[in-house]
Design a protein around this ligand. Sequence first.
Ligand SMILES: [Fe+2]
Ligand SMILES: [Fe+2]
Length: 258
Amino acid sequence: MITLTSLNNFLSKLLIYDKKFNLSLVDPYMANGLVYHGEEKINKIALAVSASLTVFEMAKKADAQALIVHHVFNFPPNVRYDQLFQNRYSFLVKNNLSLFGYHFLLDSHPQIGHNVSIIKEIGGTIEKPFLHKGNPWGYFGRVNNLPLAKIINGLKNKLSPSMTLYDFGPKNINRVVAISGRGTPLPPDIQYLVDNKVDLFITGENSEWIREIFREVKINYLAGGHYHTERFGILALEKLIKEKLEVETEFIELVNNV
Ligand SMILES: [Fe+2]
Ligand SMILES: [Fe+2]
């Protein structure tokens, strides 16, 4: 058994890895911390990629007192009634289920984030942050002339069955970018990839215009699924909690192929 206060301290210390971030500017719409303070005594922590009523019910059924997710729900944009928000929030209140959300901090975390975890998974070393809209959401990684086919084979069973690969770039990879979730590059970012000699761009989602852009710049593009690329950091966080805290954990798998 641990307390919610000690869990909150542990998570804040671990995940707020750089005190200089102004999180309300970097990530204004998603939570990076404790969202609902419920039961103080915690025997079990549930972890999931995204908050939803179904995930809350699964956490409750698993007998967890706290839930940690990457995507919390959106808060009402104005001071008005919002049915979706009220239903989700009232479930937490009625069931005394604490909720933590770590969005930007889990994408960008230099030890357990989704993107460093993806780079480590393919045997790469971390080089430097990859900027998205000016902020370090992803990472550049280095592998040593690794065949693309070997990377894809090694990753495949951890990615979405609906993943997309555009193998328009080199057959052997030296530099990758990992930016999980909806990390699809914006048109001005393409030159940033070219200038940095990126051979493989790994993200979660795809967009219509991406295929021809990547064909023209001759860079490989892998969209491994938003959900699947954002399991990595949650699973790394679960492993660390198991190692460091005297508490049970359970990963709540509400799989989503997007
Ligand atoms: Fe993310
Ligand atoms: Fe995401």
